[in-house]
Design a protein around this ligand. Structure first.
Ligand code: ADP
Ligand code: MG
Length: 323
C-alpha cells in the first residue's frame, strides 16, 4: 500500500460523508481551503504524541487516536473556541492495516462527536508519532485567555481533579479499587471530555481560563504568570470523584488533585461581579464547577488547608525536567 492509497483508505473516506460548514476543499490538493465565518478569530493549536514518550508503542490505536483528538479539542475549549477542522501528521514505522483501521475508527468517532472535520495532513515513514492540529473559531473579545484575571477573582475548576493521576496508578497497577471505580478512571484517562459546553457558557463570564494538563498548581501558575498575580488554593474545597474518595487516602487524593496530570478539566477565574451569574449556572445544573481559591496580588501559587500552608511534594509533570 503506498502513501496515497493509505490516505484514501483510512483518512479520506469520511470527508464526503461528513461535509462541514466552511470546508471549501478538503483532503487531496496541496492545501485545504477553509472559510471561517466573518468577524471570528481563528484559534489554532498543535500537539505531538511520540510513541513510548506519550503512550506505549503497543497501545490500542483506537484509544490513542481517540485520546489524542480529545486532548487537542480540550485546548480549543480552554480558549473558548468552537471546533471546526483538524489536520493529522502521521509518522508510521510500517503500513500496518489493522493498526490504521483502528486508529482511523477512533479518530473519526471523536471527529463526528464534536463536529470537527479532518481536512488534511501528512504521512511519513519513521518512528511512530502523531501530530494533530485543531482549528476553531471564537468571537473576538470572548476568547478565554490566560492574561485577563484580576486580584480578587475567584478560581474555579470544572468537574473533579486528580482522576488522571489516579487512572494512571490503576493502569500501572499501583492502585487497586472496586471494578466500578476502576472503570470510571479508565474512561476518564482514555476518553477525557473536552469541556466545550462549559467553555461556551463561560465566554463573557470568565476573566481567564486554561485546561489542566500538568496539574492545577502548575497550570494555575500559568494564569498567575500571564495575569501578573498570585493564587491561593483552598485544599479542602478541591472536588474529588467518588473513585478518589474510595481510595481512602485523602492526602494522596489531594496531592493528585493539585499536581497530577492528564485531567483536562478547565481552570478559570471569575470576577466577583460576575460570580452570581456563574453561581446561577452551577445551581441550575448547567455548569459543573467549584470554587477552589482566589487570586491576590503577588506571585506564585500557594495551597492552604485550614489556614496552614499545605506543602507539596511534587509540582506536576514537565518535559525535560530532571527530578
Ligand atoms: P503534499 O505533497 O502537497 O504535501 P501529500 O501527498 O503529502 O501532499 O498529501 C496529499 C493530500 O493528502 C493532501 O491534501 C494532504 O493534506 C492529505 N493527507 C496526507 N496525509 C494525511 C493524513 N494522515 N490525514 C489526512 N490527510 C492527509
Ligand atoms: Mg506531504
Amino acid at each position: 500500500m503506498n502513501e496515497f492509497e493509505l490516505i484514501r483508505q483510512f483518512f479520506q473516506r469520511e470527508q464526503a460523508e461528513n461535509p462541514h460548514a466552511g470546508v471549501v476543499l478538503g483532503i487531496g490538493d496541496d492545501c485545504a481551503l477553509l472559510q471561517p465565518l466573518p468577524d471570528k478569530h481563528l484559534a489554532v493549536s498543535v500537539d505531538t504524541l511520540v510513541a513510548d514518550v506519550h503512550f506505549p508503542a503497543n497501545a490500542d490505536p483506537e484509544q490513542i487516536a481517540e485520546r489524542a483528538l480529545r486532548v487537542n479539542l480540550s485546548d480549543l475549549a480552554a480558549m473558548g473556541a468552537d471546533p471546526l477542522w483538524f489536520t493529522l501528521a502521521l509518522t508510521l514505522p510500517d503500513t500496518d492495516e489493522h493498526w490504521l483501521r483502528h486508529f482511523s475508527r477512533g479518530l473519526f468517532r471523536v471527529a463526528r462527536e464534536f463536529n470537527c472535520a479532518l481536512v488534511g495532513g501528512d504521512t511519513t515513514a519513521g518512528p511512530l508519532s502523531i501530530t494533530l492540529q485543531v482549528m476553531g473559531t471564537v468571537t473576538p473579545h470572548l476568547a478565554l485567555r490566560r492574561d485577563g484575571a484580576s486580584p480578587g477573582d475567584y478560581v474555579l475548576v470544572t468537574h473533579c481533579l486528580g482522576d488522571g493521576a489516579a487512572a494512571l496508578a490503576v493502569i500501572q497497577e499501583r492502585l487497586q479499587l472496586g471494578a466500578e471505580h476502576e472503570a470510571y478512571l479508565h474512561d476518564r484517562f482514555y476518553r477525557p471530555q473536552p469541556r466545550l459546553q462549559e467553555a461556551a457558557l463561560l465566554r463573557g463570564l470568565a476573566s481567564a481560563a486554561l485546561d489542566i494538563s500538568d496539574g492545577l498548581v502548575s497550570d494555575l501558575g500559568h494564569i498567575c504568570a500571564a495575569s501578573d498575580l498570585a493564587a491561593i488554593i483552598d485544599v479542602e474545597s478541591l472536588p474529588l470523584s467518588l473513585a478518589m474518595q474510595a481510595m481512602g487516602d485523602i492526602n494522596q487524593a489531594r496531592h493528585w488533585a493539585l499536581t497530577g496530570g492528564d485531567d483536562y478539566e478547565l481552570c478559570f477565574t471569575v470576577a466577583p461581579e460576575k460570580m452570581p451569574d456563574v453561581a446561577m449556572l452551577i445551581a441550575e445544573g448547567k455548569l459543573n464547577a467549584s470554587v477552589v481559591g482566589e487570586l491576590v496580588p503577588g506571585r506564585g501559587v500557594t495551597c492552604e488547608l485550614q489556614g496552614e500552608i499545605f506543602e507539596l511534594t511534587r509540582q506536576g509533570y514537565q518535559h525535560f525536567s530532571h527530578e
